[in-house]
Design a binder for this molecule. Structure first.
Ligand SMILES: [Zn+2]
Length: 185
């Protein structure tokens, strides 16, 4: 019945071969075949390496998750967790600095008295030398422990002050980026 409806020229037409451009055909030719698809198994959900800088251990499920993800795959809010960890780290840092500062103050206090002790070694022989008619070299040898005490006290004071200043500087510059670099993952 259909044969009667079409003219003779149409009946003689062969089905046209659909041609794509060469690039498209090359692309289609390189596409994996259906058989290859059958061999592909679904990959397990990727997770970051534990301990990596880009990873975070989810407090809810204990799985390692990417740090950039707002939520863990279990639904736990990871950004909130990392903020809590940052605040705890900063609090610990302040506490540590307070201990260092208090410790430094305690150590520096006796050092302030040392120059006074040293003065007795310096001024004593000096007075003896001034009022003595025969000043001798041994009188001035008493200066040596005096200067040693003054120098030692100054060095110790400097060392303690530097330790305290380093702690203060680290606290001053401690921001979220520092925390990300130094945190234990
Ligand atoms: Zn989780």
């Amino acid at each position: 019945m259909l044969d009667d409806e079409f003219p003779e020229e149409v009946k003689r037409l062969k089905p046209r071969k659909v041609r794509f451009s060469r690039d498209v055909e090359r692309f289609l030719g390189s596409a994996p075949s259906h058989q290859m698809d059958d061999k592909c198994h679904p990959r397990p959900a990727l997770r970051p390496e534990p301990g990596g800088q880009n990873s975070i251990c989810c407090a809810a499920c204990g799985q390692t998750e990417y740090l950039s993800r707002g939520y863990c795959r279990c639904g736990h809010y990871l950004h909130g967790q990392i903020e809590d960890e940052y605040l705890a780290w900063e609090r610990d840092l302040r506490g540590m600095h307070e201990i260092i500062a208090r410790d430094a103050e305690r150590k520096v206090k006796p050092l302030r008295w040392l120059p006074l002790v040293a003065m007795t070694f310096i001024l004593g022989p000096l007075l003896v030398a001034l009022f003595s008619t025969t000043p001798s070299l041994t009188t001035f040898l008493w200066w040596l422990p005096g200067f040693a005490i003054v120098g030692g006290a100054a060095l110790a004071d400097k060392f303690i002050a530097r330790h305290k200043a380093e702690s203060a500087a680290f606290l001053e510059n401690a921001d979220f980026e520092t925390f990300l670099l130094v945190r234990n993952v």
